[in-house]
Design a protein around this ligand. Structure first.
Ligand SMILES: [Zn+2]
Length: 332
């Protein structure tokens, strides 16, 4: 492991670390050479249980990507296979990983206990336009729903749809149902009109699990200042993400400093209560200083070097995401 400053290590170890997004379940079900056993430390990918524990991650949103980029793929099957991969991981490593369904489950997580997994959908293609299936996925433990990936679906248009359309009536109904069920709405990947509609319809705080600031790096997947402000005004959180071309479109591999610039900017716009971290591990090319779960302490060190107070660093590393999920998840 890289050498970090002792103060950074101590602060990191005693903080609750909550990562808002990873695509790691896709690696668990992929055929070789990408496929791997997440209970074992691997040279491949970014996250597995040993590297998460070494990096001190306490809670993690595991996204179930519905496989919309593959022709002939069935999105419902793709999501179910990823959910089952998580349950399989829990079966094989029950002391190391547990499912978070309720606020009580989240509150019960401890730094030395199992990692809390929050299951998410990245795009509602898996619902196949059926509201009934939202209840099925809720029963299966899904507690975070990104309405779209990049293309259009039955609920809304993703950033690649190139449209100015907002939520469909199905999308509005979904947001209301998620509010009632205690499922977090996640606006990463949604187009601007969709974000505005979610902000208008949702009665609960929302998150952008893995998005950066457009004012720092002008990419359509990043958020404009008015969106950052509006998400914060609703009590929500923006998870800065390690995707190199969102951090800095001028280079192939971005740096930790680029990530810290986005954190600085979001804090300037929205305050320190509304920024978190959503790595997109196993779904992106991250900065070399952050190319595995065990390098997470680099963020703590970088924030200390930029003069942030320890209590603010704890908020960024996980307390903010923890707070908003405690508010939105069902109590029990
Ligand atoms: Zn994504």
């Amino acid at each position: 492991m890289t050498d970090y400053d002792p103060q950074a290590i101590e602060l990191y170890r005693s903080s609750f670390v909550f990562d808002g997004h990873c695509d790691t379940l896709g690696d668990a079900i992929a055929p070789p050479p990408r496929g791997r056993d997440l209970t074992q430390r691997s040279e491949k990918g970014h996250l597995d249980l040993p590297r998460m524990r070494a990096g001190g991650i306490n809670a993690q949103i595991f996204a179930c990507f519905p496989g919309v980029v593959r022709l002939n793929a069935c999105p419902t099957q793709a999501a179910l296979l990823r959910l089952e991969a998580f349950y399989d991981l829990m079966r094989r490593a029950p002391e190391q990983v547990t499912l978070v369904r309720t606020a009580d489950d989240l509150a019960a997580l401890t730094p030395d206990g199992p990692i809390g997994g929050i299951l998410g959908l990245e795009g509602v293609e898996a619902l196949a336009g059926e509201m009934h299936l939202l209840y099925t996925f809720h029963r299966l433990g899904v507690r975070n729903i990104g309405l779209t990936w990049n293309p259009r679906n039955a609920a809304a248009d993703g950033v690649a749809a190139g449209s100015a359309f907002g939520l469909t009536s199905f999308g509005r109904e979904l947001v209301e149902a998620c509010n009632a069920l205690g499922i977090m709405i996640d606006v990463s990947h949604l187009n601007d009109a969709g974000v505005a509609d979610v902000l208008a319809v949702s009665e609960k705080p929302i998150i952008a699990s893995h998005s950066n600031a457009r004012a720092v790096s002008d990419h359509v997947r990043n958020l404009a200042d008015n969106q950052i402000r509006a998400i914060a005004d609703k009590g929500g959180v923006i998870g800065v993400t390690f995707v190199s071309h969102f951090l800095n479109p001028n280079v192939r591999e971005a740096s930790l400093n680029d990530l810290l610039d986005h954190i600085d900017h979001i804090i300037q716009i929205a305050g320190v209560e509304h920024v978190g971290v959503g790595s997109d591990f196993d779904g992106c090319l991250p900065p070399p200083e952050l190319d595995s779960g065990e390098k997470y302490p680099a963020i703590t060190q970088g924030l200390l070097q930029r003069g942030y107070a320890p209590e603010d660093i704890r908020k960024i590393l996980g307390e903010n995401f923890r707070r908003v999920f405690l508010e939105v998840l069902p109590a029990q």
